[in-house]
Design a protein around this ligand. Structure first.
Ligand code: NI
Length: 188
């Protein structure tokens, strides 16, 4: 087990499209997953993707803490979930704005539009298929992590760059936002 260094925005590994994992049972992949879990816990994030630890592979993980779950059946508490070679498909055309942070952009937050509802599919670390429908924060964290696998960081998804700032300042004096999702953004 090891706590890995986290790549910061600007490093080329975060702009690359990650390679598909050919053998999810490879001990090297399982070790990467164990180290990513430890790194995410240590950093206090709710999600982490392999490119953030300098491994350009289609592996991501996330969870939805009780504090971010809602009564929506697709946006309840989700235990730590690993997805290898994931696919994410938007359901419907509704988008919703919400605050996001990223462990690769420490200290900053931005208000990012995301699909309200998505379906996703991938393999977990046991090689079992995980297939779920997600809404709200659950859908947001999945889209954020999946974007890391295609070389996209959350500022690239933003429509209003005036809503990018230091979390400390935004908390002190929150901008008025008419869209929903004005809660503080955990780092992912
Ligand atoms: Ni991130």
């Amino acid at each position: 087990m090891a706590i890995l260094k986290i790549a910061r925005m600007g490093h080329p590994v975060l702009r690359q499209v990650a390679a598909q994992v050919e053998n999810p049972a490879d001990p090297e992949i399982l070790r990467l997953i164990r180290d990513m879990k430890e790194t995410m816990r240590d950093a206090g994030g709710v999600g982490l993707a392999a490119p953030q630890v300098f491994a350009s592979l289609a592996v991501m993980m996330f969870y939805v803490p009780p504090s971010r779950s809602t009564d929506d059946p697709d946006d309840g508490e989700i235990p730590l979930t690993v997805l290898i070679n994931p696919e994410v498909i938007p359901l419907g055309d509704e988008m919703v704005g919400g605050w996001e942070g990223c462990l690769s952009i420490p200290g900053l937050q931005g208000h990012v539009p995301r699909w309200q509802k998505v379906q996703y599919r991938g393999l977990d670390e046991k090689g079992d298929v995980v297939e779920r429908v997600a809404s709200g924060f659950h859908a947001r964290v999945v889209q954020h992590e999946y974007d890391h696998l295609i070389g996209v960081m959350y500022p690239q998804r933003m429509e209003d760059m005036s809503l990018l700032g230091f979390a400390e300042e935004l908390r002190r004096d929150p901008p008025e936002i008419t869209l929903s999702g004005a809660e503080s953004g955990e780092e992912q």
